[in-house]
Design a protein around this ligand. Structure first.
Ligand SMILES: Nc1nc2c(ncn2[C@@H]2O[C@H](COP(=O)(O)OP(=O)(O)OP(=O)(O)O)[C@@H](O)[C@H]2O)c(=O)[nH]1
Ligand SMILES: [Mg+2]
Length: 295
């Protein structure tokens, strides 16, 4: 039995959560085309006959702009010390930028202690010819045991990555039972599914200031129906208007898209009620950031 812990870090939007959902075979960690989608450390446990890999999905690394950002950066940094393998993911369509260089620099201290793998993602978007020079540039850092170009979207080379992990990970116990796939409670997953739809439908600064709390979920006794109540918090009164939309249209859209996802996930009909509230500039306030669970 090979087993162990693997963190996936990288800049926002490179495709960390997309990859993990692909590996897990279902959406457990939300994704979007906007940066800073993942806010927590999310454990996802991948099971095979002869292996158990505990992946840590982490927030994208960038300079924090507020208290929430401080928390998110801390989560990603802290994950490095807890694992057997550090996976850095980068986007094949972008050059090595200043943040990448900082991250590479910060990984140097783990060399010789923790095995490092580099995943160059989104190869479906670039010409094959541009990959070799990029691989060369990263190889010069002399940090990585393996450099694997992949596509989290198409699944290209995903198997190579899993094989590499199984080679590298130590012999170890099953840390979790076979049916245990995430450390996140159901209410968190519900809230995240709704936040994903808010990210998808909203623009500019509005979605980044969205926080969703699942207030209750309860299955009816007399029929197969799950009642879910949730609250979307936004940072300003004007954002509340945007989320509700003309004649409530935006909230209706977010609600119905969320419901479809939730029904697929729980395999049961869902009755979803969403409220919208304002929590003024909550991302700037340490006590609010903590109260929303980011601690
Ligand atoms: N074309 C292409 N798009 C991808 C690929 N992987 C991810 N994406 C897209 O990239 C965007 C970001 O994906 P996420 O998985 O949310 O990225 P992330 O690294 O988890 O981002 P944060 O949580 O913000 O740090 C989404 O729109 C994905 O659909 C890929 O292999 N190819
Ligand atoms: Mg993510």
């Amino acid at each position: 039995m090979k087993s162990g812990f693997v963190t996936i870090i990288g800049r926002p939007n490179v495709g960390k959560s997309t990859l993990l959902n692909r590996i897990m075979g279902e959406k457990l960690s939300i994704t979007s085309n906007k940066p800073q989608t993942t806010r927590n450390r999310i454990q996802l446990i991948y099971h095979e006959e002869d292996a158990q890999i505990i992946f840590l999905d982490t927030p994208g690394i960038q300079k924090p702009k507020n208290k929430l950002g401080n928390y998110m950066l801390g989560v990603s940094q802290d994950s490095l010390a807890e694992v057997d393998v550090i996976t850095l993911m980068v986007d094949s369509s972008s050059r090595i930028g200043p943040t990448d260089k900082e991250i590479l620099e910060s990984l140097k201290k783990y060399k010789g202690k923790t095995d490092l793998i580099l995943l160059i993602n989104k190869i479906d978007q670039v010409e094959k010819g541009s990959l070799l020079p990029l691989i060369d540039q990263y190889a010069k850092y002399n940090l990585f045991k393996e450099i694997i170009p992949i596509s989290a979207s198409t699944g290209d080379n995903l198997e190579e990555y899993l094989q590499a992990l199984k080679r590298i990970l130590p012999e170890g116990p099953k840390y979790f039972p076979d049916d245990y796939i995430t450390d996140q409670p159901e209410k968190f997953i519900v809230a995240e599914f709704i936040r994903e739809k808010a990210l998808y439908n909203l623009q500019e600064e509005v979605p980044h200031g969205v926080m969703v709390v699942c207030d209750s979920m309860k299955e009816r006794e007399d029929k197969d129906l799950l009642d879910i109540e949730a609250t979307i918090y936004v940072e300003r009164d004007s954002h509340k208007g945007i989320i509700i939309g003309k004649k409530g249209q935006m909230l209706k859209t977010i609600g119905s898209q969320s419901r479809q996802d939730l029904e697929r996930f729980f395999s049961i009909k869902v009755n979803l009620q969403i409220w919208v509230k304002v929590s003024k500039n909550w991302r700037e306030k340490q006590n609010m950031v903590e109260r929303f669970g980011y601690q």
